[in-house]
Design a protein around this ligand. Structure first.
Ligand code: ADP
Ligand code: MG
Ligand code: MG
Length: 210
């Protein structure tokens, strides 16, 4: 099972992966947005890392850690990804309330709640060329794999594949939410930066929990 130390390790791994990917994410956002997505995500996960670092993990429950992550991400990020990921972590926190450690089923519930939180916060549907196009299929794949008896590691591998397919599919979508929706058909042919960063986040989660 995953304890708060495991969750902290996971957030640290996401921060590293996003930092490595920062320039590519800014470039993707430069094509159909305002070129700040990599900076926003790096600021957000950097702030989460800094906020989690001083916590006494033996005295911190998963819900409190995730709420700390939510608050620090929200405070650090002015871009649209700020409230979206903050809501994801807040919903994830609520999904594991009362748990001292997370069994596979708990983590799947957390993951599903994150994706649902992003959708609820931004009101984007599948096909509108946003991070929802990566997060929602990823959560569905993880939940289905878990229900079929797969391990957490296998379920997150399935989630990552679904996120990759979802992000790739945003190339053929016209943006209908967020800044890039102003481009209309000119957004066609380009990967959505938020969907691309979702793949990076989910990939780091899978790797750190494998
Ligand atoms: P901003 O557009 O404010 O600069 P970012 O560059 O950090 O914000 O994030 C842009 C990404 O946010 C988009 O690529 C898209 O994936 C995501 N996004 C924007 N609006 C929404 C929404 N309503 N629902 C879900 N995701 C959204
Ligand atoms: Mg942007
Ligand atoms: Mg911006």
């Amino acid at each position: 099972s995953i304890d708060t130390a495991g969750l902290k390790t996971m957030f640290d791994a996401i921060a590293v992966a996003i930092e490595v990917d920062k320039d590519r994410l800014c470039q993707l956002d430069g094509v159909i947005g305002d070129a700040d997505h990599g900076i926003a995500m790096a600021l957000g996960f950097g702030a989460v890392r800094d906020a989690l670092a001083p916590l006494d993990l033996s005295a911190t429950e998963p819900t409190a850690l995730l709420n700390t992550a939510a608050k620090s991400f929200l405070n650090a990020v002015g871009a649209s990804s700020g409230p979206l990921y903050a809501t994801a972590f807040m919903r994830g926190a609520a999904a594991v309330k009362g748990r001292a450690t997370l069994a596979g089923a708990d983590f799947i519930a957390l993951f599903q709640a994150m994706a649902q939180g992003i959708q609820d916060r931004g009101k984007a549907e599948i096909g509108e060329k946003t991070m929802v196009d990566a997060w929602l299929p990823a959560a569905q794949a993880a939940t289905a794999a878990h229900a079929a008896g797969k391990t957490l590691s296998e379920s997150l591998a399935a989630a990552l594949e679904a996120a990759e397919r979802g992000a790739e599919a945003t190339k053929d979508m016209i943006a209908a939410k967020g800044r890039s929706s102003r481009l209309g058909e000119r957004s066609l042919g380009h990967v959505d930066p938020g969907a691309a960063s979702a793949v990076t986040v989910i990939g780091a989660m899978r790797k750190s929990l494998a």
